[in-house]
Design a protein. Structure first.
Length: 212
C-alpha cells in the first residue's frame, strides 16, 4: 500500500474529507495520511479507538510516536489523556487500549535505528512555541499562532503541520482541526492563521533523507 508516498511532493489530507478505514482490531479505525507498506508499514495515521477497544501487544521495530487528540489512550505504562505526546523508540513494546475511547495521531517506523530516547510529556499553556523533542535529525514543537498571524519558515529538511485547533491557510488551501500538511525538503512554509488563530503540532527536519 502506498499513500502520499512521494516525499518530494507536497501532500495534504483533510480530516472531514477522508473516510475511516477498519483496522484488524475490532473497534479501531484509521484515517491514513501517508503510508508505505501493509499492516507493518512506515505510516502516519489518525487512529480512533472505540470505548473498550484494544490492540494486541506489539514491538516497535522502527519506533512509534503519538499525540493524543481526544479521550484517554492507555497501555501498561499508564494513562495518557488528550494533549499527551509519547515517543516509544525502536525495540520497545506495549498493548494499546482505550477503556472510554480515544483518538491519536501516530507515526510508525520513522525513528533513527539508534534512537533510544523515550518521551512522555504533555502540551501545556499557550506559549507561542513549546518544544516537545529535538535531536540531530528532527525537531517537534507545538505552536500557537495568533489570529491573522503570518508564518514564514524555511524547512530545508521538510515539515509536517497538523492542526490541533483553529485554522490556517497555505498556498490558497484552508486547513482546519485535525487536517495535515506535509512539505518536502527544501520548502518554505508560508501560512496565515485564521480568525481564531491556530494551534499546530509541527515536525521539521525528518524528511531530509526521504527520496521515496
Amino acid at each position: 500500500m502506498r499513500i502520499n508516498a512521494d516525499f518530494s511532493k507536497r501532500a495534504a489530507v483533510h480530516f472531514d474529507e477522508t473516510p475511516w478505514v477498519a483496522s484488524p482490531a475490532p473497534g479501531v479505525e484509521r484515517k491514513m495520511l501517508d503510508r508505505i507498506g501493509e499492516e507493518v508499514a512506515r505510516a502516519t495515521t489518525i487512529v480512533r479507538f472505540a470505548p473498550g477497544s484494544a490492540f494486541a501487544r506489539h514491538v516497535h521495530d522502527g519506533g512509534e510516536e503519538f499525540l493524543v487528540l481526544d479521550g484517554v489512550f492507555q497501555d501498561e505504562h499508564g494513562d495518557f489523556p488528550k494533549g499527551s505526546y509519547i515517543r516509544n523508540p525502536p525495540n520497545t513494546s506495549h498493548t494499546p487500549a482505550a477503556a472510554e475511547g480515544a483518538v491519536i495521531l501516530v507515526k510508525l517506523h520513522q525513528f533513527d535505528p539508534a534512537d533510544r530516547t523515550e518521551v512522555k510529556t504533555r502540551i501545556t499553556g499557550d506559549a507561542p512555541q513549546q518544544r516537545l523533542f529535538q535531536d540531530r535529525i528532527e525537531t517537534v514543537t507545538l505552536q500557537n499562532w495568533a489570529p491573522g498571524q503570518a508564518v514564514s519558515l524555511a524547512v530545508p529538511g521538510g515539515a509536517e503541520v497538523f492542526v490541533m485547533d483553529g485554522s490556517y491557510s497555505e498556498s490558497g488551501e484552508e486547513f482546519g482541526r485535525w487536517d495535515w500538511l506535509r512539505l518536502p525538503p527544501g520548502s518554505r512554509l508560508e501560512a496565515t492563521a485564521g480568525i481564531n488563530g491556530a494551534k499546530v503540532w509541527m515536525k521539521t527536519g525528518h524528511l531530509a533523507q526521504m527520496t521515496d
